[in-house]
Unconditional design. Structure first.
Length: 309
């Protein structure tokens, strides 16, 4: 059994103290809306983290790869610690995404902690490298679209198609760029309404599977990305329809409960389909959920606390 000295335990504790500090600072100092200057400033650690994670994913030299990913994960966590207010207030009180951002900071640092642990016990795990590849590939694609003119173009395309879909069944739909009006509903489609985040999530999960051939990867992408795109059009049309029929006060229910609930169910179903086609995805996810079994300083500390209870 690996022995950890006092310094190791202190270092390990920082992987859980730092995210607490970052979340507190992020919520306290990064109010909504963020200024253009702050958004530009945050894009630097964001894209730096994704590039570093990608390099760490590609790098074959043990130790160096782990250290690169520790730096990449840390910068990535810093970015997400600044986003809870934006996700909550910027999406009409969307507590779900804000909560995910907060929890995500801790999960990201837990992955960084295990990269450090890999160095200490000289044990490499493919699932950790896969996770870095997922974040890097999905993040570069997603933010590369969101922070460029492609975002507005895609919003307009999705708004037009969502409006046309609703108009087929109801009529009375007015489309003006990214704005759609139907009876009592006057809704602006933001970037999140394009479902790009869901699509790049599957792209990110599939492409870093090193041992899977291209044909299977392509098939996995087709059966996930295409359905997500068209299901999102249906979701948008449904939210607009319900808001138009029952009034603006029904928007939160239609969007955050019915819309997001339906999207979650669809994503779970698609995940099962992907796992059927690419069981390697399931393997990597399961290996990640078993990280606590590595018995590092943090896991041993939790075990001691649990026994005392």
């Amino acid at each position: 059994m690996e022995k950890f000295n006092t310094l190791d335990k202190i270092v390990a504790s920082f992987f859980f103290i730092i995210p607490v500090i970052l979340v507190i600072i992020g919520i306290s100092l990064f109010d909504y809306p963020l200024s253009q200057e702050i958004e530009f400033f945050l894009s630097i650690p964001l894209f730096s983290s994704l590039v570093i994670l990608l390099i760490g994913f590609i790098t074959k030299k043990k130790g160096l790869s782990n250290r690169l990913k520790i730096v990449g994960w840390s910068l990535f966590a810093f970015f997400w610690s600044t986003q809870p207010n934006t996700l909550y207030f910027g999406e009409d009180g969307d507590i779900v995404n804000a909560f995910i951002a907060v929890i995500g900071v801790f999960i990201i640092f837990y992955l960084a902690y295990h990269e450090w642990l890999s160095i200490k016990i000289k044990e490499e795990l493919n699932c950790l490298n896969w996770a870095a590849g997922v974040a890097a590939i999905a993040g570069i694609i997603y933010f590369g679209i969101e922070l460029t003119p492609l975002a507005m173009w895609l919003r307009e395309v999705v708004a037009a198609q969502s409006g046309v879909l609703l108009n087929i069944f109801t009529g009375e739909v007015i489309i003006d760029g990214v704005n759609i009006s139907y009876k009592l509903a006057h809704i602006e489609l933001i970037f999140a309404c394009t479902a790009v985040q869901s699509m790049v999530l599957f792209i990110g999960m599939i492409l870093p599977l090193i041992k899977v051939n291209i044909r299977k990867k392509f098939y996995g992408l087709i059966v996930t990305v295409v359905p997500i795109y068209f299901l999102n059009l249906i979701r948008n049309a449904l939210v607009i329809y319900l808001t138009g029929e029952y009034g603006p006060e029904f928007f939160n229910t239609a969007h955050n409960v019915i819309g997001k609930g339906g999207s979650l169910i669809a994503l779970v179903i698609l995940l099962f389909i992907v796992i059927k086609i690419l069981p390697e995805v399931f393997d990597e996810i399961i290996y990640l959920t078993d990280l606590y079994k590595r018995k590092g300083p943090f896991e041993r500390f939790l075990k001691i606390i649990w026994r005392k209870k």
